[in-house]
Design a protein around this ligand. Structure first.
Ligand code: ADP
Ligand code: MG
Length: 317
């Protein structure tokens, strides 16, 4: 199978369904429309084998995840995903691997009504780069904009994916463990929530590096600090059961890959934000406050400062 057969068999079908006149996969470039009035929002994320995912990750999960992590960035901007591109570097063109991988991609793209419109295919160490092109009317939801007095909120539960990562390559019989594994392999980008937060929240980020590290990015961009309460962290029953309370809290503070949204909400907007989240089918929990100062501090029930785990993942240190 040469490169052109490979593209035609596994990737061109993921671009089907575009309007007449759209140029998608097959030409030198894609030619696309955005709905009138939308501005373009572009995100891109690369997954490198051994760095971002273990070699044991199944190809269908890899395809799914590569799209989902990008959709999560689109969600964190409050934007609507429109199109995707895929730059794929792979060591060999195995038909089974490609079929499973493109199936995972297709499933994740379908969750967001997004089509594949182009890409590049090369041979080398397994590396997947997905780009999502989204649209936005009005101002984006940014990392900057939080002010002292805002409530710090996070959606869903945190720490699950860190526990799930340790289970990749296993087939857990225990339903809690299986659910944690799926939190890593099949993240749920909070697209509807991001769009609902856009006019209500002051700032937002998706939790990819770890809650404390990612809140730190909001605070640095906003020029303020945050105080969060250890007891307010939303921990799933599965995580508590699987790891026990102390490890669960560590995963919640420092584990990455949850792809929940963390945001700063003015107190007057809290009721509206929580109603919007409920309408999106996800809980939004208040975990602390934005304060004057710098950095993120976590306190236990007695008000004592909790030693925070190492900062989030960094590539070049
Ligand atoms: P070029 O030689 O102009 O770079 P390519 O041979 O790389 O073109 O690609 C041919 C067509 O297939 C292009 O439209 C490109 O966008 C698309 N394509 C290549 N690889 C992929 C892929 N992995 N997924 C989706 N589309 C792809
Ligand atoms: Mg060309």
């Amino acid at each position: 199978m040469d490169e052109f057969e490979l593209i035609a068999r596994y990737f061109t079908p993921l671009g089907a369904g575009g309007p007449a006149g759209e140029v998608g996969i097959g030409d030198d470039g894609a030619v696309l429309d955005l709905p009138v009035g939308e501005r373009l929002v572009v995100v891109v994320d690369t997954l490198v084998e051994g760095v971002h995912f273990p070699p044991a990750l199944a190809p269908a999960d890899l395809g799914y995840r590569a799209v989902a992590v990008n959709l999560s960035d689109i969600a964190a901007m409050g934007a609507v995903p429109r199109y995707a591109t895929l730059a794929l570097t792979l060591p060999a063109a195995g038909a089974d691997w490609l079929a499973a991988f493109s199936g995972g991609l297709r499933d994740a793209l379908a969750t967001a009504g997004t089509r594949l419109v182009g890409g590049d295919t090369t041979r080398g160490p397994l590396t997947i780069t997905v780009q999502i092109l989204g649209g936005l009317c009005g101002p984006a939801l940014r990392r900057a904009g939080a002010v002292a007095g805002d409530l710090v909120c996070v959606s869903g539960t945190v720490g699950d994916a860190a526990a799930g990562l340790a289970l990749v390559g296993t087939r857990p019989a225990d339903p809690h463990a299986a659910w944690l594994l799926a939190r890593f392999t099949r993240p749920t980008p909070r697209l509807a929530l991001g769009q609902a937060l856009r006019p209500l929240a002051h700032a937002a980020i998706d939790v990819s590096d770890g809650l404390v590290a990612d809140l730190g990015h909001i605070m640095a961009a906003s020029g303020c600090g945050a105080e969060i309460e250890l007891d307010a962290l939303p921990l799933s029953a599965a995580l508590l059961e699987h790891c026990g309370p102390e490890q669960a809290q560590q995963h919640a503070l420092a584990g990455g890959d949850d792809y929940e949204l963390a945001c700063a909400v003015p107190p007057a907007a809290l009721a509206a934000v929580q109603a919007a989240a409920a309408a999106c089918g996800v809980a939004l929990h208040v975990i602390g406050r934005v304060v004057d100062g710098r950095g993120v501090v976590c306190r236990d029930a007695g008000g004592r400062v909790v030693a925070l785990p190492r900062r989030g993942y960094r590539h070049f240190t």
